[in-house]
Design a protein around this ligand. Structure first.
Ligand code: 7F7
Length: 435
């Protein structure tokens, strides 16, 4: 069987509804920072499955924890009974956010789950129907998480009637000519006094780095000032840490870079280390306001919870936030060197191992789509994001090493050069719609 056979079988058996494909990746295994395809080829994974494989693949701590839990499962969820792994996970998560007083935990399967549950809970518990979120935000792929998102890929989705989207200030794309975010703050101050009355707003949803919108790092001080402004109206602050949280930015929580403390933190992706797991830490008054309100049969299942515990323990024991900071800085330095001699690169940005490489957005050239395809041919896995589909997203396993970075830089350099030389045709990438 070849990779094409497996890929062909995937195409024959699994519908497109849930696919976001950029090249014919057909995997049979993984180890560390690499995935193995059907032909036995080893690829360096700079995406970690969109950030879910934060510990890489087959991490011994994860293998041991999951094997132990699945061999002696303490039930299958927290729905109608307590279970030790779920309680231990909840207690461990609470211990990471001591500054959020009187908090409890909600456990789910995905980032979409967590954001959806928090959206529904904050509006119901507060009686406030409005939500503030950012244009370009991706908070999920379920109905209610899409309803409070602002990403262009979701234009088909019904937005929440009480949703107000505000610009996410990017130093590379100033709002009304202001790169500091000051004009956005003025806009929000005006909205909260007029068409979006602050006392009617339940919560502001924030991505501390807007990732699917283009891996955009906010201007210094912006989020601190925005959250202070919202707090004047009693608006709850939700930090969506699903992709850039849990040590990826070089700090355990991404919001810590911007010196604000949220009321609610949503976790997903890397929390499960590749297994379905999400969580939200929120005030007890929100999470206890009703029962059987945001429940699913397998929420808080002991196997995923055991994986989450192993992830948190490993992040702490192996100081993976420090590794993300150190290796991420090394990576950014190397990418800046590529920036100097690749005309298609517009900007390199990020924090820790949450990195974006913004390319020329010319939609007729499709530089990002062709670069990720060529990189796949040369042995790298990475994807692109951005409202103009032009930002290469790097969210590698947190265990990435400097030799991994050296290998990645060499392949990225050659991929960009080949694309700039026209090596990848439109026909080659035509079967892969991307986004
Ligand atoms: C900041 C943020 N919050 C919530 C989500 C939703 O997480 P799930 O896809 O695990 O439900 C995501 C998911 N992001 C998408 C997942 C779909 C494919 C495109 N790449 C992502 O990382 C996210 O980045």
């Amino acid at each position: 069987m070849t990779a094409n056979d497996l890929y062909a079988r995937d195409e024959a058996a699994i519908g497109n509804l849930q696919k976001l494909r950029f090249f014919p990746s057909a995997l049979t295994g993984g180890a560390g920072t690499r995935v193995i395809d059907q032909s036995g080829r080893s690829l360096l994974d700079l995406s970690a499955a969109w950030g879910a494989a934060g510990l890489g693949y087959g991490h011994p701590a994860l293998v041991e924890a999951v094997a132990r839990a699945v061999a002696n499962p303490a039930g299958a969820s927290v729905l109608s009974s307590a279970n030790l792994p779920a309680v231990e996970l909840a207690e461990s998560l609470l211990a990471t956010v001591p500054e959020i007083e009187g908090a409890k935990v909600w456990l789910g399967h995905s980032g979409s789950d967590a954001n959806e549950a928090m959206f529904r809970a904050v509006t119901a518990a507060t009686g406030r129907s409005r939500i503030l979120a950012f244009a370009g935000a991706y908070h999920g792929g379920t109905a209610a998480s899409m309803a409070i998102s602002g990403h262009s890929v979701q234009t088909h989705a019904a937005r929440h009637a009480g949703l107000t989207l505000i610009p996410y200030p990017a130093e590379s794309r100033p709002f009304m000519g202001d790169a500091t975010g000051g004009r956005v703050l003025e806009l929000v101050e005006h909205l909260l006094k007029t068409t979006c009355p602050g006392e009617q707003v339940a919560a502001l949803f924030i991505e501390p780095i807007q990732s699917d919108g283009g891996m955009i790092v906010p201007p210094p001080g912006f989020l601190k000032e925005l959250t202070a402004l919202c707090r004047r109206y009693g608006i709850l602050i939700v930090s969506d840490e699903v992709k850039v949280g849990l040590a990826r930015t070089g700090k355990l929580h991404a919001y810590a870079h911007d010196d604000f403390v949220p009321d609610i933190v949503c976790f997903g992706k890397g929390l499960g280390g590749g297994l379905p797991l999400a969580a939200a830490v929120a005030p007890a008054r929100i999470l206890d306001f009703a029962s059987s309100f945001a429940m699913q049969t397998l929420h808080g299942n002991p196997v995923s919870a055991a994986a989450g515990l192993a992830v948190l323990d490993t992040i702490k024991r192996d100081r993976l936030a420090d590794n993300a900071a150190t290796v991420g800085s090394y990576f950014l330095d190397g990418l800046e060197r590529l920036h100097q001699h690749h005309r298609t690169i517009r900007e390199v940005r990020g924090r820790g191992l949450a990195i974006g490489i913004e390319l020329d957005p010319d939609r007729t050239r499709r530089y990002a789509a062709k670069t990720v395809y060529r990189a796949f041919e040369l042995g790298l896995v990475l994807y692109y994001v951005g409202l103009e589909s032009n930002v290469l997203e790097l969210t590698p396993p947190l265990v990435l090493t400097k030799p991994d970075v050296d290998e990645a830089l060499q392949i990225l350099d050659r991929s960009l050069a080949d694309v700039e030389a026209g090596v990848v045709s439109d026909q080659t990438i035509a079967p892969f719609t991307g986004w």
